[in-house]
Write a protein that binds this ligand. Sequence first.
Ligand code: GAL
Length: 655
Amino acid sequence: MPDLSTVTNGRILYGGDYNPEQWPEETWLEDVRLMKAAGVNSVTLGVFSWAELEPSPGAREFGWLDRLMDLMYENGIGVVLATPTSSPPPWMGHLHPDTLPVDQDGRTEWWGGRQHFSHSSATYRRYAAAITEDLAARYGSHPALTMWHINNEYCTFDWSDEAAARFRDWLQNKYGTLAELNEAWGTAFWSQGYGDWAEIHTPRHAHYLKNPTQVLDFRRFTSDMLLECYAAERDIVRRATPHLPVTTNFMPLWIGQDAWRWAEEEDVVSVDLYPDPRDPLGAQQGALVQDMTRSQARGPWMLMEQAAGPVNWRGVNHPKPRGLNRLWSLQAVARGADAVCYFQWRQSRQGAEKFHSGMVSHAGEEGRTYQEVKQLGAELACISGEVTGSHTANDIAVLHDWHAWWASAQDGRLSSEVDHPDLVKAWHRALWQAHLTTDFAHPEHDLSAYRLVVVPQLYALTDAAIENLIAYVQNGGTLVSGFLTGVADEDDRVRPGGMDVRLRELFGIRTLHEWWPLDAGEGVECDGFRGTLWSEEIEKDEESVTEAAFKGGELDGLPAVLRKGRAWYVSTLPEPEALRGLLGRIAADAGARPVLDGLPDQIEAVRRGDLLFVLNHSREPVSVEVPGTHQDLLTGTAFTDEVTLLRYGVVVLRS
Ligand code: GAL
């Protein structure tokens, strides 16, 4: 099967989305000159070009794209060709309103923006297949073509009548009979029993709380429908070019797609990543997404989009200070990226994203943004030969599962303060700040290669996942879990006792009497730290040990941190420093070590293959001990035992 190495050939891909249809042809020549000077070797064409390619139903305007493909080829720049199906032309919505999605209040999402397509619309799918067929036929053998990029950030929901019809088919396929569905959805509650498939609709606006299992199935259905759209286009391009890889770009930790499932359908896993330059935890947010994407890819992955400067979709959009684009790009490479790409090449002068940065900003060639992009291109070329294709095994895995997230992200819970992605971020942050590198894994994956498995929260778990966790500990692994794990089964049915009995036994919990959520900003004293967000009234069994207890209040003396052998359970969210300390201790006991000892805060060290990346996330110079004599592959500078990293500095060493 083709993969990213088919395209990289020992080079790190460098470039980005190129939208030349926004510019006169003279600018294309200028673009190519600047691209070559910056070491750009890959551009993504056609992401939003449907109206240009098909200006009226069935018409084809390929001339401009022919010229561009040739231009790229003549200049040694590979093309990742996108199917333009994320933004249908206005004529489609106008002639075929059935292609437009409908929100849960029954309102149509009109054209005039983007992503206004119904994943369930047969008409949309027919037009999408036709343009994909024609692109594949026309460019499949073009020498510039290196990879296919299907659609863009699949992220739409649809509550329309046509989606409802497909939802019914999907449910029939899943449950077979209405009796099964009624059982799984618990429709005995509130008189919701269905007597005919035709009565079932998408979970539209309702007077009060909706059936949670219906909502959960609707999320599953939505992910599956989008995946069907992706797979249909992928199969078309695959037939034309079986030797070329296919991808579609994920949004990080996006609720709408089960990315574990999707990644299996891709040849290259790619992601778009936009941490806020002002966020003191921006680097950690980046690391999290990079770890997750590498784990989904099970190897090198593609950073499809990042911003060279500001984005335009936050309330206040800050530029990247000098050096930050380089630092975060090299961080992605350290964590497995073999492609460093941007949205977009040249900053637009018109349209909704004209204040979103490009690799070439409004300031043009002389602007700092392009100058830094150019310098980075040269540096990536220096290390690409030693970096690409390499992969490093980690000792720690953080578990994450979309179905558990979906089941937990519902109204009618004990606390709306508990947010699944926030918990994943908090636990990953603790590991990151303890300088421990981690993979992500699905709870049903083979975990045997890991010394430590960390579960921030898995509210709903299948029996297979529970058995997997238990077997992992029985086979010598160390497991640490946060609260609200194993509460429900895959239908969101609460397990007897409020937590699966096998898991209670694993962690040494005899009875989980009550959950005691905390208010926003409220803390609960525990031995040696403060807990936040949540607490639990737990009665331990004889074999478990209270490692830290709640102090004072109703839960005085009850376990905040409980351990039974190698299984740890944390019934609150310790404040960041405490969680960092706790995980550092558990990891050390499990034999998982940081990449380097004694690292200062703000310094990140990551091993990739035979290389060691050391990154300074602060604006101040920091000295770091690195035993031995080394040469920085980026600058050629040699040093012994200690290296001083300047503001946002990075060194790449052979280790
Ligand atoms: C991504 C998208 C790009 C561009 C970018 C702006 O979500 O794929 O087309 O809109 O965001 O940050």
